[in-house]
Design a protein around this ligand. Sequence first.
Ligand SMILES: [Zn+2]
Ligand SMILES: [Zn+2]
Length: 315
Amino acid sequence: MNALFFDGKLSLKQVPKPRPMAGEVLIRIIYSAICNTDLEIIKGYMGFKGILGHEFVGEVVTKSSNLYGQMVAGEINCACGRCYMCHTGRETHCPNRSVLGIQNHDGVFAEFIVLPERNLHRVPDTLSLESAVFAEPLAAAVEIFEQIHIKPSRKVFIFGAGKLGLLIAMVFRLSGCDYTLFSRSSAKVNKAQSMAINAALVSTLTDQDKAEVCIDCTGNPDGISMALSHLFPRGKLVLKTTVADPQKIDLNQLVINEFEIIGSRCGLFRPALSLLSHRLVDPLPMITKTFEFKDILKGFEFAAKPGTLKVVISH
Ligand SMILES: [Zn+2]
Ligand SMILES: [Zn+2]
């Protein structure tokens, strides 16, 4: 089959079709999408080599599966199910895990993938497949609500109006709290506002403007410092940025201000698919362009351009 392979450089090549092991099924990819994580991996993040990609919707083609012929989205962490982390409900932190297209597991920029059947979620009939491809990043947005309780009376600042920032803002909009999505780019602020998201330029913030919860999804190493400078004492900072560059922050201000820092990644697919199928979150305005799989290298170039939001690949 054809696949987008990364081994220090990206290339399309012929590779053997994957074969499911016990508990796994074969899935034919229908749509995939390029994520910032993919762009970071090709800069060296995670040291991954293999077939890239983890955001997808596809059809189960293993005949013996209960999901045969169904459209599915899939959780990306493949846990061992036997270790202490797995037994205590922290499968996404299983030390023996592989991660689709990120760590020891070939990804979705290919004709077929294999995943454990238990990772799969049927796409509801009411949901378009282009929307369903957002289940993974939306799950990462919903994860914040699994981690912290946010009172509707509290003020929330979200820094970074990229793909994840927009999804997070759309989830916060449902919570009823006083949220604002900030960006340095007026084009991104305009885009967010066109999606009825409360958004503003970072330059409109003064030193006195502070929130109870700040979320960094800028994707920049300096995003953390900016978010911290607008956090009330005893406020919570949620970190969503992962970059190839390691980051430096002044830990003294955490002690002095008693800030709480919460790292956040991945999330539950079921609530994400529920939000999408009930049209409480509409991600379609985030698709900047759709490429055919044979043009995926062009898709990667396009995805790295400033101003591009989601690049979807049609297989
Ligand atoms: Zn992703
Ligand atoms: Zn485990």
